[in-house]
Design a protein around this ligand. Structure first.
Ligand SMILES: C[S@@+](CC[C@H](N)C(=O)[O-])C[C@H]1O[C@@H](n2cnc3c(N)ncnc32)[C@H](O)[C@@H]1O
Length: 151
């Protein structure tokens, strides 16, 4: 998933879990500002210890999104959230927060990883999904999607 992150100045990772993607992001993009969100307290604490260069925010992303102040235009969101298994009480405010961030600049995009062929969630108005890659060697095959402004 870190492959989809090119010349961005800030990276927002949502649902970092055990930090597999975080590790790749840190190694490939050492100069980018990195803000990491993870719901689980213990996982968040582990991520803080392992990635001191990142600002790790514990708790649900949609409840902490106000920490994302002064992001540059060239910001990318990398999401490992399992949207198809989250409740609408989480999906709706999370997608709304993503839409606000993406609509602020057309250079921005969301990178989302899924195990299903369909789009991770319905694109909010003005935003459009593009399937970037299918990793057929993964079991099951994995897809990398980009969500960005349509203009
Ligand atoms: C599929 S796992 C992440 C996989 C990750 N790339 C890894 O290497 O472990 C999804 C993660 O999202 C976290 N999560 C779920 N809902 C969340 C939310 N609303 N805000 C932030 N993190 C969330 C879960 O705790 C879990 O660690």
């Amino acid at each position: 998933m870190a492959d989809g992150v090119e010349a961005f100045e800030a990276i927002v990772e949502v649902g970092a879990g055990t930090g597999v993607v975080t590790d790749s992001l840190v190694r490939r993009h050492p100069s980018a500002r990195l803000i990491v969100f993870e719901l689980g307290d213990e996982l968040a604490a582990e991520l803080r210890g392992r990635f001191p260069q990142a600002h790790v925010v514990g708790g649900a992303f949609h409840e902490s999104v106000s920490v994302l102040q002064d992001l540059p235009a060239k910001t990318i969101i990398v999401s490992g959230l399992p949207f198809r298994s989250l409740s609408s009480r989480v999906v709706e405010p999370t997608v709304a927060a993503f839409a606000d961030l993406l609509n602020a600049d057309e250079a921005r995009r969301l990178v989302q990883f899924t195990y299903q062929p369909r789009v991770p969630f319905t694109a909010p108005t003005g935003l459009c999904w593009h399937r970037i890659k299918t990793v057929w060697l993964n079991a099951p095959p994995a897809n990398v999607w980009h969500l960005s402004k349509t203009s």
